[in-house]
Design a protein around this ligand. Sequence first.
Ligand code: PRP
Length: 213
Amino acid sequence: MSERLKIALTKGRLQDKSVELFEAMGLDCTPVRNPGRRLIHSLPNYPLDAVLAKAPDVITYVEHGVCDLGVVGKDTILEKGGAFYEVLDLGFGRCRFALAVKQGSDFYGTYKTRRIASKYPSVTRAFFEGKGMDVDIIKIEGSVELAPILDLADGIVDIVETGATLKENGLEPIEDVAQVSARLIVNTASMKLYKNEITDFLSRVERELGGTA
Ligand code: PRP
């Protein structure tokens, strides 16, 4: 008997894009399109249950093996890490991590220890360690653009998609930190236990991505 796989989807935009991809593969995603307040949805024509979760929790559920698969942004993977297979770049949710400062400010033109605000302290630490630069990192939970405006920080490391948020707040990107897109991740034990089911799902995804590339 074929095992029903569980896939954790990052709620919001990546969830919508995942549903578009699955529907293009022929999966009926009606329950996920009309979720109400329900967080787990069985797909009617494919042995897959969709679990709707916040990005870092997608990794937690896949790492613990309570979900076999997950769709999560590379930004969250870089920040949180974890033990799982990152098997596919799904191609959507594309953006980048950038270092941004107040327009016209000379970030590198001082010997003072710089303060950087970010929702992603690990990514920020790794970026500046790579440069051999000592910085103070301040963790911010959202709207991190406020930190340099309020003079809490000399710069931010954050996600840039269109660049509009930076621009409208008088900031500019000065350096790319990493490229980001949605990834398909797989629990390491599930990969062995449900090899046939996972291979079938992955090959359907790959076929669809190949067809639309
Ligand atoms: C993200 C990011 C930027 C903005 C970038 O924030 O942290 O603030 O989007 O997008 P843009 O380059 O297209 O303007 P999000 O909307 O997730 O909100 P948050 O800052 O409150 O987390």
